[in-house]
Design a protein around this ligand. Structure first.
Ligand SMILES: C[S@@+](CC[C@H](N)C(=O)[O-])C[C@H]1O[C@@H](n2cnc3c(N)ncnc32)[C@H](O)[C@@H]1O
Length: 219
């Protein structure tokens, strides 16, 4: 078990939470552990373990066939979503790192879902701007550079199918969002949270899952 990203949880309670969630399958387990050993200095970037089953749950809940992920890293969230989508679905994964996503590519192949994943190595805003216009996306996981969250949101919302979900990670930003004096990425997340609340195209909730998780649904 790795450290929780939720400061409200004791290690004991976090262990209990993990023990009462669906366990990671062997490929997911290997990927999470490999990230912590091979990329120990940046392993904190990895999406929290309990969010894998949550993403899979949500993908199944909405029957998502067209998914966009912004921020892939070593591909744990990608893998969790790809395994939960139908075999003929498509997941566009955006990242700028060949090195980190190479770890994911291996795991996706091992899990037999590589053909569902279209990895685009480029600044995510360029990738999103080049996507087809009009509503066609069922599900988004937003987990890249925080300063661009609002820009990503503006590209994605018009492309969301009615009932489609945008799930955004780190929306409490280590608790710093509650401080109006903060600058940098925490301030960008504050602006994002305000934008989400004010957007009447979407319904939204902000949850204290891991480092904060916003779930928004296209009306
Ligand atoms: C928090 S990590 C994503 C974690 C991942 N979702 C997982 O399951 O482990 C953020 C990722 O965003 C990527 N990133 C940062 N800035 C980016 C940008 N402008 N465009 C695309 N990807 C970016 C980083 O390379 C990094 O892999």
């Amino acid at each position: 078990m790795y450290e929780t990203k939720n400061p409200q949880l004791t290690p004991e309670l976090y262990a209990y939470v993990l023990a009462h969630n669906p366990p990671l399958d062997p490929v997911q387990r290997e990927l999470v552990d490999l990230t912590h050993t091979r990329l120990a200095d940046v392993s904190g970037l990895q999406t929290a373990e309990e969010q894998g089953p949550l993403l899979a749950f949500l993908v199944r809940l909405v029957g998502a066939r067209r998914i966009v992920e912004v921020g892939t890293f070593t591909g744990f969230s990608t893998l969790s979503m790809a395994q939960a989508m139908p075999a003929d679905g498509q997941l566009i994964a955006c990242d700028v790192s060949e090195e980190w996503t190479a770890v994911g590519r291996e795991a996706w192949a091992k899990a037999g879902v590589a053909d569902r994943i279209d990895l685009r190595i480029a600044p995510a805003l360029d990738t999103l701007r080049a996507l087809p216009e009009g509503p066609w996306i069922d599900f988004v996981f937003l987990d890249a550079d925080k300063v661009s969250y609002v820009a990503y949101w503006e590209e994605l919302v018009p492309r969301m199918n009615p009932g489609g979900l945008i799930v955004a990670d780190n929306t409490l930003f280590h608790g710093a969002v509650a401080d109006p004096a903060v600058e940098g990425p925490a301030a960008a997340i504050r602006a994002f949270n305000d934008r989400v609340r004010a957007d009447d195209r979407m319904d939204d909730v902000l949850l204290t899952v891991a480092d904060g998780l916003t779930i928004a649904r296209r009306r």
